[in-house]
Design a binder for this molecule. Structure first.
Ligand code: ATP
Length: 569
């Protein structure tokens, strides 16, 4: 019901005594309220008139307002506290997501990650509020009230003592049933989120192939599954509310019956009987209040666990690279037995290569041969399953998932992302302090001259702004890399894949001189890059088929000859 990890949230533990004190105070004013109203009624029953009951009536109103004031401050305090924690949790979550890089989004699904960060955190906020207010009230308030009833009339307290554990047992049993259903509801929500985002991204492809109707149906079925799961959870939640209402009403009625009989036989006086009877519903109220919000608690618990799972993911961000690397003629990088094995058995196997100085290395192979896998490991976004790196002949490094290495690298992935913002901000991505002159220069080299001339640097691009073509986006990525002066290790994954061959050749002429004083890894399908590279790594289905210059491979490597023949078409 309550995740123990919740109590490990920063700042929560030292707030607990305050929340407990407020719960005790609340119970005391409830007892005061019952005391005064019972006294006022007894006084009037005895025919002493309203005047004699005035002090008790005033006492009742003071307690009544006291209860509301305590409640108000308690809720305000909890609202503020839960809000602050949720803001911190969201910041921590996003920080972690950025540290873990694209691997997390691909494993968890972007839609599910987005809903965890948005509605998930909101659910956690509600969860914190409910746990801190209702759970503590449910434990403390009935205890204090029970103590008062024991003092006033111990016989009445027996009914309360017997029925409370029964209600709790019912609540726990139904709680277990609801928990399983809520987990299934949460899972279907995650599937729906991923499915929806996926369809949104692929909407043009779906339209193009006339599959949008099928997909709309598939989304309908996924959302139906979510609806059914939600209704199942709600039905258990409602059943638990009903069960508690039933038990508490039954207990109060039983108590009223016994009190009535004892009053008639003169075994008890009116004042204690009235006070015990008024306190009885208050005794069950916190439990009923908790049951009515139980469903929200389950949602919050699942979301909290999802957030925690991300936060607890080992980011393995190492500190093995001592400082950002500026690649020089003397630098070297050795990959030893580097292997990446995905769960499906694919990946790449035993890459052994040493790169010395300012070299341009091509990674070539058919689709699915492992080019991106190797580049992802070199970028530090993915950790090798085995093998290691040796940087500048120093000790072995098990991963390049390292802050200093990331600061040294410009990575141009297959699909560039353009952020919602100005063209200037998007171009100056790695170098936010670059001048307009430097930005325009980089844009010119990447073939964006016309775009900059026509629209200027302030034009808004990305979501909500002007749409760029695939080729323009790729040029933006290239310009970003050209502009970055401090990062002279360049990783390019099919950098000109979205361009037509004429434009590609034109841009290539601009790109080549910029690759000269850098360490470059370039994954490509295109033949024309290969003669310009210093070294070529040839991959086939995750296996290295050869490493050497284009010329030697062409002369000596049968697989490379076959590949080149296929590329020539
Ligand atoms: N995250 C992943 N989980 C499981 N398998 C993966 C993952 N990423 C890639 N693979 C598999 O590993 C193999 C190599 O994929 P990779 O993307 O590295 O190839 P590639 O040579 O870059 O292909 P392309 O030229 O089409 O981009 C493929 O069989 C692919 O299906």
């Amino acid at each position: 019901m309550i995740d123990k990890a919740l109590f490990k949230l920063p700042g929560l533990r030292n707030k607990l005594p305050f929340i407990m004190v407020l719960a005790v105070l609340q119970a005391l004013v409830i007892i005061g309220q019952a005391y005064f109203i019972a006294q006022a009624l007894t006084t009037m029953w005895m025919g002493k008139g309203l005047k004699s009951a005035l002090v008790a009536i005033i006492g009742f109103f003071i307690c009544f307002f006291g209860r509301e004031v305590i409640n108000f401050f308690r809720l305000r305090f909890l609202d503020k506290f839960a809000y602050t924690i949720s803001i911190e949790l969201r910041a921590e979550l996003l920080n972690k997501v950025f540290k873990l890089g694209p691997t997390l989004a691909s494993e968890m699904g972007s839609g599910s990650l987005a809903t965890t960060a948005i509605t998930g955190i909101e659910d956690v906020e509600t969860y914190i509020k409910l746990v801190l207010s209702k759970v503590f009230n449910m434990v403390i308030v009935p205890m204090v009230i029970l103590l008062a009833v024991v003092i006033i009339d111990w016989r009445s307290s027996i009914v309360l003592i017997i029925t409370f554990p029964i209600s709790i047992v019912f609540m726990v049993l139904l709680g277990y049933a609801a928990e399983g259903r809520a987990s299934r509801q949460y899972e279907s929500y995650q599937i729906l989120s991923n499915h929806f985002l996926d369809s949104l991204r692929g909407i043009s492809t779906l339209k193009y192939f006339g599959r949008s109707k099928d997909y709309a149906n598939s989304i309908f079925h996924t959302s139906e599954r979510f609806r059914v799961a939600t209704m199942r959870t709600l039905s258990v939640a409602i059943l638990s509310t009903f069960a508690l209402d039933f038990f508490s009403t039954l207990s109060v009625a039983t108590m009223a019956l016994f009190l009535g009989l004892r009053l008639m036989s003169g075994e008890i006086l009116l004042f204690p009987a009235l006070m015990a009877l008024i306190l009885a519903p208050e005794y069950f109220l916190p439990l009923r209040e908790f049951a009515s919000d139980y469903h929200a608690t389950l949602n919050g618990k699942n979301s909290f666990q999802a957030v925690k799972a991300v936060l607890d993911t080992d980011e393995q961000l190492s500190t093995q690279v001592e400082k950002p690397v500026f690649w020089t003629e003397k630098s070297s990088l050795t990959l030893s037995e580097l292997t990446k094995a995905y769960e499906n058995g694919r990946g790449i196997n035993n890459v052994n290569v040493t790169i010395k100085g300012l070299q341009k290395v091509a990674i070539v192979g058919a689709s699915g041969s492992g080019k991106s896998t190797l580049l992802n490991m070199l970028s530090g976004f993915s950790n090798p399953t085995s093998g290691n790196y040796e940087l500048n002949g120093k000790s072995q490094i098990s991963t390049l998932n390292d802050e200093n290495w990331r600061r040294s690298v410009s990575f141009i992935p297959q699909n560039t992302y353009v952020f919602a913002g100005s063209l200037r901000d998007n171009l100056a991505f790695y170098e936010p302090t670059a001048t307009d002159e430097e930005i325009i220069d980089a844009a010119n080299q990447a073939g964006l001259t016309k775009l900059v001339e026509n629209l200027g640097l302030d034009v808004l691009i990305g979501a909500g702004g002007r749409t760029l073509s695939g080729g323009q986006m790729q040029r933006v990525a290239l310009a970003r890399a050209f502009l970055s002066k401090n990062r002279n290790i360049l990783l390019l994954d099919e950098p000109t894949a979205h361009l037509d061959i004429e434009t590609e050749l034109e841009i290539k002429e601009n790109i080549l001189p910029l690759l000269n004083d850098k360490l470059v890894f370039l994954a490509t399908h295109r033949l024309h890059w290969l003669p310009k590279m210093d070294l070529v790594i040839v991959l086939n289905e995750g296996e290295v088929q050869g490493i050497g210059t284009h010329e030697t491979l062409l002369a000596e490597n049968a697989y490379y000859q076959k590949l080149i023949a296929e590329m020539r078409g």
